[in-house]
Design a protein around this ligand. Structure first.
Ligand SMILES: Nc1ncnc2c1ncn2[C@@H]1O[C@H](COP(=O)(O)OP(=O)(O)OP(=O)(O)O)[C@@H](O)[C@H]1O
Ligand SMILES: [Mg+2]
Length: 330
């Protein structure tokens, strides 16, 4: 098949006035290359589409049978929906979740509201538009302060865990001032952290439940922050399957599958939780565009630990999309 790849890559030169993690969600050229290689090895012809306005011309010139979309888009809480919305307008089938799911999940407060209405536990939260707006959030300390519409730990630092009102003010100022968006302040869940990889449609298949075990701090203080993700070899150990009792794993899987379906995820996603004092999985966020960098992205890492090589993972995700779209036998 002719597969078009929609993606954003980090710019070669980082503009000095922007935060160091301004393009953290974007892929590296290496990741795009690995994904292309995997698709070619599966027998497909791959065209690189990029993601900005230039994608319109690229699609007209060389209309693919399907677009493999990993584009994060540019600016605002609807940025991940730009490419899928365009593809829907042009009638081009694409892999992954639709614009509504991508928008709702990128806005973490919105996702938490939806998830909690169906009874899935998620930490209590407030949002603030500026430091001046911050009053006593009425939440139990510690809390975490993070950008409301980002991923890849963009804007999340070790200092994002705040234990007092002055610390909250300072981190709300950091988020709103440097990332130009609302700050989400939510109760900090101090137990173990897990991320769950899922693929498929209808009832998705759980690829793995992976525990992120901090190596240098107790999990009461652990934040899977930018500093940690950039130095993950020294900072964390990945345990997949995790070291929890079977009933805890079963409850994590039940929540992950339920939330995947509730949010309308398609083909693949990764959902993050932390366990509270009663080992109840508390929903942190859902990533319908999880990183696919081999050896760095949590989903490829967990697939590898479950015995699925990188190309096998990409093949399975594509196969689910083709079945969903009725393109399987072409
Ligand atoms: N309520 C919370 N309680 C405890 N830790 C939290 C909470 N919210 C976030 N964290 C910590 O901060 C990290 C980053 O938060 P979150 O997953 O929301 O950000 P992200 O940038 O979207 O992540 P990703 O890289 O998965 O896209 C989490 O992995 C977790 O370690
Ligand atoms: Mg996360």
């Amino acid at each position: 098949m002719r597969v078009g790849l929609a993606y954003n890559v980090k710019p070669a030169d980082h503009p000095p006035h922007l935060p160091a993690d301004a393009f953290e969600e974007y892929d590296s050229e290496a990741t795009v290359g690995h994904l292309c290689d995997a698709l070619v090895s599966l027998g497909h012809e791959v065209s690189r589409l990029g993601a900005g306005p230039g994608i319109i011309g690229a699609l007209r010139e060389n209309r693919p049978d399907i677009v493999f979309n990993i584009a994060e888009g540019e600016g605002g809480r609807c940025r991940e929906a730009h490419v899928p919305a365009l593809l829907e307008m042009l009638g081009i089938p694409y892999l992954g979740s639709d614009p509504l799911t991508l928008c709702v999940t990128l806005d973490k407060a919105m996702a938490k509201r939806v998830v909690s209405t169906e009874g899935f536990p998620t930490p209590k939260f407030r949002t603030f538009r500026s430091e001046a707006e911050v009053d006593d959030p009425g939440l139990a300390y510690p809390v975490i302060v993070k950008p409301a519409f980002e991923g890849s730990s963009k804007g999340v630092r070790l200092a994002s865990r705040a234990t007092s009102l002055p610390e909250v003010r300072s981190m709300v100022s950091f988020v709103t001032g440097r990332y130009h968006q609302d700050a989400l302040v939510e109760e900090f869940i101090a137990g173990p952290e897990v991320t769950v990889g899922l693929v498929g449609n209808g009832v998705p298949r759980v690829v793995g439940v992976m525990e992120i075990v901090p190596k240098t701090v107790p999990h009461e203080e652990f934040v899977y922050s930018l500093e940690v993700k950039r130095d993950w070899e020294n900072q964390v150990e990945y345990r997949c399957p995790p070291s929890f009792p079977a009933e805890t794993v079963a409850e994590i899987e039940r929540c992950a599958v339920g939330i995947y379906r509730l949010l309308g995820c398609r083909d693949f996603s990764r959902i993050d939780f932390r366990l509270d004092g009663n080992r109840v999985p508390q929903f942190i966020e859902c990533n319908p565009l999880p990183g696919l960098s081999p050896g760095y992205g949590d989903l490829p890492i967990m697939a590898g630990k479950m015995g699925i090589p990188y190309t096998g993972l990409i093949s399975e995700i594509l196969s689910h999309a083709l079945t969903r779209l009725g393109l399987k036998d072409r």
